[in-house]
Design a protein around this ligand. Structure first.
Ligand code: BGO
Length: 691
């Protein structure tokens, strides 16, 4: 028996799915979290095996977004035995719009009025018996979050599935019904009786994605019918259907829902008036992110990291392991490999755990209380001003954890050019693996500046906007951006256990990477830095690594760090970004990282590594999502080129403004700034038409 969970985004499908199946799918408060259908087996014994399917959240069964396409294809072609339509009862009018369409697909339906806890708290009243009578299907109250009513809902769905009784679809106006009846007559031999109503409505709405094998003559007859209807109605057929659905919903809610506090502002609304206000939203967001980075990297996390780096991995661990190796009498090369390679490399990365945990904790708190979705909302407004799709921001938010799911989340963007642009720019936002680099540079070279660590975040955001605006003005990316619909969930106090679990999970992933990929890379770096192409060397400057890095170093002299060690570190970052710190740990184990750069060169190094092509896993995801070698090469080339230009401008102008140098580099940097400004402010489309 297969039961599908269908509803609007954020109506609580995944929460219910997790409760019913014991899964641990991510519950989030922005769209795009469930892009694929997920299956699980009902935990509770109901006498038979029941497969529960969590479908992507949708607002309608029109075939425009990826979520709509997946959900609709599944409901129409694969056909579950019953649908549990999850309706956010605190937002009932908008949610019922989808319900009116679900009633048309010819599958038994049960409506679960979720979030009933919120409804009760607000003092609203829903007459579920009357609603059930009006809609002609069972309607039950539920709170997926508080685990109330979910067993009754499943039981009702099983009963509905067994009875096989399909709901009666809503009735439209007589004029619309006449045309629908005629369309049904014309197509009844080509579709199953269960989907006849759905297909007739879709054909009436000019829904081109209804792939029916109809004879051309039938298609022409249908078109003729609909055009005549539209002429008479003076409106598009799909607009007529939308209006009639909303009129129907209004009648139902008027009769079944009492809202005694309608129009009153809730606490969340009051907070939002300030937090999302046009004037204060951005300064508040900037202050929050500044505080998050400042507290995690410079103060609380920084203090702990100093101890972990200097005392734990600087003395206690190496001394302990050194003494142990001496006692068991290991060979000198093995001692060196373990202490100078593994301990120095892995230890350098692990040293940043306190800062990482603090950042994860703050970001999880912001997400859990509901502020992250406000950030998406605020930035959507800004993105729109620049002609960018607000939908791009969800991948970016997800990308603050890891670029791979961030890039994958771009699938929710319908416009191909916007999607490509989002894939190219998402990894500009610092992911967790870039955090150790930020912390290392901020802590070592700018210990007294509170702005360096937070600047990484703001530079990532600026890089996304600047790149977006510039790319949007080129032919392959131009075009209007799709609107982005998202609702803001009510703020709620974060759940300590959930916050702790997420923070520790993210921390554990980081440790796991340090124990695998970083460990392996540290061993390789140590080997290459201790051997020449023919034998072991005593001076690292003669090593294979020095030769490889030295060959590329002149390329990076104009950005201030033309040393082979820095170049090699940046190269190893392509495998995994944490490697940059691990490699520095191995290569500067004896002399100390502070000897590697001047502060300005260190900042340029940070900028380059923040913005250049991401790690191998993310590069692979870019290739997978671009589905084209040309576009993948463009994406990675653009990222590296952009990173180089930004680092170059920062270094050259930094030298000029600090009075340490003026030359060809300064002029080149000024020309680049001018060129970027021209790209940003020129009139995009006009230019292209001229060319
Ligand atoms: C957040 N009652 C209440 N009050 N909330 C519920 C209920 C319920 O019955 N059911 C679900 N939610 P999904 P989709 C959140 O994540 O299952 C909440 O898209 C937040 N998270 O907890 O993901 C649920 O699968 C920070 O809320 O829905 C989740 O359909 C602040 O509804 C949201 C506020 O649930 C969406 C909410 C970090």
């Amino acid at each position: 028996m297969k039961i599908a969970l269908a509803g609007n985004p954020n109506s609580g499908k995944t929460t219910l799915f997790n409760t019913l199946t014991g899964s641990n799918q991510h519950v989030g408060n922005w769209p795009g979290v469930t892009v694929e259908k997920k299956d699980g087996t009902l935990r509770r014994n109901m006498g038979e095996t029941v497969i529960i399917q969590d479908l992507p959240g949708i607002y309608s069964l029109s075939p425009y977004t990826l979520e709509e396409i997946i959900t609709r294809k599944y409901l129409i072609s694969d056909r579950p035995d019953a649908i549990i339509n999850i309706v956010d009862a605190s937002n009932i009018e908008r949610n019922l719009y989808l319900t009116t369409q679900i009633l048309e697909v010819g599958i038994p339906v049960v409506i679960a009025l979720n979030m009933i806890d919120i409804v009760q708290k607000k003092g609203d009243i829903i007459d579920i018996e009357k609603m059930s009578e009006k809609l002609g299907v069972p309607v039950l109250e539920m709170s997926a979050l508080k685990v109330v009513g979910e067993t009754e809902v499943v039981r009702a769905a099983l009963l509905a599935a067994k009875s096989g009784k399909c709901p009666t679809p809503i009735t439209f106006s007589p004029e619309t019904e006449n045309v629908l009846r005629e369309i049904s007559e014309l197509i009844k031999d080509y579709v199953s009786p269960q989907t006849l109503r759905f297909c007739s409505i879709k054909l009436f709405e000019h829904d081109g994605k209804t792939r029916l094998e109809l004879p051309d003559a039938v298609k022409l007859q249908i078109e003729d019918l609909v055009y005549k209807f539209e002429d008479k109605a003076g409106d598009d057929s799909d607009s007529v259907i939308i209006n009639e659905r909303y009129n129907y919903i209004s009648r139902i809610t008027e009769e079944c829902v009492i809202l005694p506090h309608k129009g009153e502002l809730t606490v969340s609304d009051k907070i939002d008036k300030i937090v999302t206000s046009r004037v204060l939203a951005l300064p508040i967001f900037a202050a929050v992110m500044f505080l998050v980075y400042y507290l995690s990297i410079s103060t609380i996390g920084g203090l702990m990291t100093d101890w972990v780096n200097e005392t734990l991995f600087g003395e206690i661990v190496p001394n302990g392991i050194g003494a142990f190796l001496e006692r068991i009498g290991t060979a000198e090369w093995l001692n060196a490999l373990i202490l100078d390679g593994i301990v120095a490399g892995v230890g350098a990365v692990l040293g940043f755990i306190p800062q990482m945990l603090m950042l994860f904790l703050f970001l999880t708190l912001l997400e859990d209380c509901g502020y992250m979705s406000r950030i998406a909302f605020i930035l959507d407004r800004i993105f729109k001003k620049f002609g960018l799709s607000g939908k791009s921001f969800i991948p970016i938010l997800i990308g603050t954890g890891c670029g791979v799911p961030g890039i994958l989340a771009s699938r929710t963007i319908e416009s191909e050019s916007d999607r490509r642009m989002t894939i190219i720019t998402t990894t500009f936002i610092p992911c967790s693996a870039k955090l150790p680099i930020i912390a290392l540079i901020a802590g070592t070279f700018f210990p007294r500046s509170a702005f360096v660590a937070p600047s990484a975040y703001f530079i990532g955001m600026a890089a996304i906007i600047v790149s977006g605006v510039m790319l949007k003005k080129t032919k392959p990316f131009k075009g209007a951006s799709a609107p982005f619909v998202m609702e803001l969930p009510a703020y709620h106090p974060p759940k300590p256990s959930a916050v702790l679990r997420t923070t520790l999970n993210r921390g554990a992933e980081f440790v796991q990477r340090a124990g695998t990929i970083i460990l392996l890379a540290s061993v390789i770096i140590w080997f290459l830095s201790n051997h020449s192409f023919s034998f072991r060397v005593s001076d690292v400057a003669d090593s294979m690594l020095a030769v490889i890095g030295g060959g590329l170093a002149p390329l990076f002299a104009p950005v201030g760090w033309g040393k082979w060690e820095a170049v090699v570190a940046a190269l190893t970052g392509i495998i995994a970004k944490e490697n940059i710190v691990g490699t520095m740990g191995v290569l500067y184990n004896k002399t100390g990282i502070e000897t590697a750069f001047t502060p300005l060169a260190a900042y340029s190094f940070l900028l380059f590594n923040l913005l250049c092509a991401p790690c191998l896993a993310a590069c692979g995801t870019v290739a997978q999502e671009m589905k084209s070698r040309k576009w993948t090469a463009f994406a990675l080339g653009y990222q590296c080129g952009f990173a180089y230009i930004v680092a170059f401008i920062a270094y050259q102008l930094g030298r000029f403004f600090s009075g340490t140098g003026f030359g060809v580099g300064t002029v080149a940097a000024l020309v680049l700034v001018w060129a970027m400004l021209m790209m940003l402010f020129r009139k995009g489309e006009k230019k292209w038409r001229q060319s």
